[in-house]
Design a protein around this ligand. Structure first.
Ligand code: NI
Length: 419
């Protein structure tokens, strides 16, 4: 297994981490080959705990079911009382991998298509260096979290006492991002990921013969009006400068061409960058659903479930992360982070503590070609396939880069906090 040549990239990587990079890439590929879904990360958590223990790092297990926290005290044994948290997510996705390289998933229907295997490897590499050198005062908490992909593992770890057991002054998370060239980072203050919410509406009308519609209450035109009216919330009620999206993604009704159905089911998602906009959208949707139904003589049931809140970076911590990145790759390689309407449960940690959620570039996808057996390179789908794509793979080149960032962040943040 070879790592791509990094000598041309002019990065201030930490040499002992670079020296371990091939071993850590092997760990990453082992995790990739054995993906585990939300709250089932038993093998992964065992592997993480074993590595941390091997390096002399005390381990706390079981927060959020399979969560692992490693505790690294600095030169002062943590006496100064300052602490920083670094978080990696551990779970895979319920999808089938289409890569054919040697470390492809061994479990059909499960795949590390979001690079959480790499997030674990980067934090492990940082943990090994922090425990060996302890070139800081205070405490670094290494948070290996379950169930980011819809399970709210971050929320569950917090509920189980993460921040009570391990009081920390700031917390940081990092995700890989395909497409951007390796050696670049992205970070911004303010909202970077959206709140994620689902709605489920049932319109209750009255079935009838389709040739005698006057005998019934047809839910189909009610649904049509409702779906159109929802978009006026975005264009007429939401301030144009605020971000928000309503997507109706499912409409189910009817079984025959000659029968007016009894009811119609409408489902979809709402994304926003603020709770205020979300409150407004939910209220307006409820009003439109209820009153549109009433206007046609139908009734409706309206359910709105809030999943992850928006992920909002704190300004000071985002700026600090940017400085640390600039010290490793140069200021011009640290890009502003364009917010996306995807969602991320690190949002809960940022509601509880100051911090930032940052991106590390995963490259142009060429690394996947190097893994293909037979030396033919990629025969299909060349390029930087996005997260959650069945051809995705984490780029092992990032392990020493991401780990160097984590280590420098700990050292520099605690140096500032204890100054
Ligand atoms: Ni992810």
């Amino acid at each position: 297994m070879g790592l791509p040549n990094q000598t041309t990239l002019h990065m201030n990587l930490i040499e002992p981490i670079v020296a371990q990079a091939t071993d850590m890439a092997r760990v990453r590929r082992d995790i990739h080959a054995h993906p585990e879904l939300c709250f089932q990360e038993v093998r992964t958590a065992d592997l993480v705990a074993a590595k941390l223990t091997e390096w002399g790092i005390p381990v706390h297990r079981g927060l959020g079911t399979t969560g692992v926290v490693g505790i690294v005290k600095g030169r002062d044994g943590g006496a100064c009382g300052k602490a920083i948290g670094l978080r990696a997510d551990m779970d895979a996705l319920p999808m089938t991998e289409m890569n054919t390289f040697a470390h492809a998933s061994q479990h059909e229907g499960k795949m590390h298509a979001c690079g959480h295997d790499g997030h674990v490897a980067m934090l492990l590499a940082a943990a090994q260096h922090l425990a060996t050198h302890r070139d800081f005062d205070g405490t670094a908490y290494l948070i290996f979290q379950p169930a980011e992909e819809g399970g709210g593992g971050a929320r569950e770890m917090i509920k189980d006492g993460l921040f009570d057991l391990f009081p920390m002054d700031a917390v940081f998370g990092m995700h890989n991002w395909p497409g951007l060239p390796v050696g670049t980072f992205a970070v911004s203050s303010g909202p970077v990921m959206a709140s994620s919410n689902e709605f489920h509406i049932v319109i209750r009308g009255k079935g009838s013969h389709a040739a005698l519609p006057h005998n019934g209450i047809d839910p189909v035109p009610v649904a049509c009006q409702m779906v159109q009216a929802f978009q006026t919330i975005i264009t007429r009620n939401k301030k144009p400068v605020d971000a928000g999206v309503i997507s109706v993604t499912m409409i189910h009704t009817g079984e025959a061409t000659n029968v007016v159905p009894d009811s119609c089911d409408i489902q979809g998602t709402v994304r926003t960058f603020s709770i205020e906009v979300l409150d407004m959208i939910e209220q307006r949707m409820r009003d439109i659903a209820t009153h549109t139904s009433a206007a046609f003589g139908a009734t409706c049931e309206f359910a709105f479930n809030r999943n992850y809140p928006p992920t909002i970076n704190h300004a000071a911590e985002a700026a600090f992360a940017r400085e640390v990145m600039a010290g490793i790759v140069g200021a011009e390689q640290v890009l502003p982070q364009e917010p996306t309407m995807g969602a991320e449960d690190f949002a809960y940690m940022l509601q509880a503590r100051p911090g930032a959620y940052v991106f590390i570039a995963n490259g142009d996808g060429a690394h996947r070609g190097a893994y293909e057996t037979g030396g033919h390179g990629l025969s299909h789908d060349v390029g930087p396939c996005m997260l959650h794509n069945p051809h995705y793979d984490f780029n092992d080149t990032l392990i020493p880069l991401g780990a160097s960032f984590w280590v420098r962040l700990v050292e520099q943040w605690l140096a500032k906090a204890t100054a």
